[in-house]
Ligand binder design. Structure first.
Ligand SMILES: Nc1ncnc2c1ncn2[C@@H]1O[C@H](COP(=O)(O)OP(=O)(O)OP(=O)(O)O)[C@@H](O)[C@H]1O
Ligand SMILES: [Mg+2]
Length: 391
């Protein structure tokens, strides 16, 4: 876990010991300086991490603060540092599911490593490996390296290919996590029904039955979870509500495909953490390939689990029309093999979005359909991550 992983995360900072770290481990984080009283009833909705300088308070106050944390139902991870760390306080702190202690003297690297360890631990809200009634939902995430690279198009085609392999009704769910302006509903000709205000209000009680109120059925196998266009949507939907929705979706379906925003959100890493596969879609331009490499490296580094996104090259065209890189040149730029290449077929892609529905429905002979099928065949043949873990 690197400093980058706290980028955009909300961190409660108690005491002065961390001031020097804003240029280091805490760079890019949203810091809220506060006192011990802030710990009363604190939850993951308030912060992603709590840093406490034990030297800033006397033992009784500190003990009361830590006690408050142990009473919270799902407190954020906590790092306590100091030169005087009372045993009673430390013992209470270690009762928390995610906590660590650093005794002075410590370096910025020690802090960074401790924070990395804490953030890598799964939260109870993490979608993790979803297992329901003996069946394991498989979850794949698709994201674009740059805008317009084809992430939504491929997420839809992948979801549709998976439907074709299922006998069961309502077995696949496509979730458009581009909450502000996702296009999956428009591409599918469906009405978005995920009302984020209602979802947030219901998050604590959300279950498999209630989730259906937010779903738009696309066909008898495929459901869509997508919100109507709303420029404030990312601020309106808290991390817990999104993670809970993902968790319940993974309990409800056999396959869940996430159309992920490429800009990182407070819930992005946790969502990716629960996925079996992460696909970064790139087009064949040098800037897009460089962005794909950087995005994939960032995700791998910040997940810290050894899981790597796979890169899919989209809109491969015959070279006769211009200086686009070949697949081999693209892989050189990526410094790795691409997982798959998807042919370019503007007519088929445009016809499908105009008619509303997958390319496989409107242009079943398109090379896009065949290429996506090959990709899905290969990915689906891999064991689910839950199975790998259990082995
Ligand atoms: N293989 C392809 N061949 C031709 N056109 C394609 C292909 N894949 C996607 N397109 C077209 O490229 C455009 C962008 O695709 P899409 O909306 O799926 O990209 P995106 O990465 O989801 O974009 P955004 O960044 O806006 O979310 C659309 O017009 C789509 O029809
Ligand atoms: Mg999109």
């Amino acid at each position: 876990m690197s400093t980058q992983s706290l980028h955009g995360r909300r961190v409660l900072v108690l005491g002065g010991a961390f001031q020097a770290l804003t240029q280091g481990p805490l760079e890019g984080a949203h810091l809220e300086a506060c006192g011990l009283e802030r710990l009363l009833g604190v939850s993951q909705a308030d912060a992603d991490l709590i840093l406490i300088d034990a030297d800033a308070w006397g033992e009784p106050q500190l003990a009361a603060g830590i006690q408050a944390l142990t009473l919270a139902s799902a407190p954020p991870p906590v790092l306590l540092v100091g030169t005087r760390l009372p045993t009673s306080v430390v013992r209470n702190l270690l009762r928390l599911e995610r906590s660590d202690v650093l005794d002075a003297p410590y370096s910025a690297q020690n802090i960074e490593a401790a924070i990395g360890g804490l953030m890598a631990l799964r939260t109870p809200a993490t979608i993790a490996v979803p297992v329901t009634g003996g069946h394991v939902a498989r979850c794949w995430a698709v994201t674009g390296a740059v805008g317009g690279s084809g992430a939504t198009t491929l997420a839809i085609e992948i979801a549709n290919q998976l439907c074709a392999r299922q006998d069961k009704l309502k077995s696949v769910c496509l979730i458009d996590l581009n909450l502000a302006d996702g296009s999956a509903a428009a591409y599918l000709g469906a009405s978005p029904s995920m009302r984020l205000g209602d979802l947030t209000a219901a998050a604590d009680r959300l279950d498999v039955a209630m989730l259906q109120a937010f779903v738009s059925p696309v066909n008898d196998k495929l459901d869509l979870l997508a919100a109507a266009r709303d420029p404030t949507a990312f601020d309106a939907a808290p991390r817990e509500a999104i993670l809970r929705m993902l968790e319940v979706a993974c309990e409800s379906y056999d396959w869940v495909i996430l159309d992920m925003p490429r800009h990182r959100r407070a819930w992005s890493l946790e969502a990716l953490c629960g996925c079996d596969e992460m696909l970064v879609v790139s087009e064949l331009t040098v800037p897009a390939l460089l962005a794909a490499r950087a995005l994939s490296d960032e995700i791998e580094r910040d997940l810290g689990s050894g899981e790597k996104p796979k890169i899919v090259l989209n809109r491969l065209a015959a070279r006769m029309f211009g200086p686009a890189p070949s697949m081999a040149e693209a892989e050189k730029c990526l410094q790795r093999k691409a997982e798959a290449g998807i042919s370019s077929d503007w007519e088929a892609a445009a016809a499908s979005v105009n008619l509303g529905g997958p390319i496989a429905t409107h242009r079943p002979k398109s090379k896009i359909v065949k290429d996506v099928q090959t990709l899905v065949d290969r990915l689906a043949a891999q064991p689910a991550r839950a199975a790998t873990k259990a082995a």
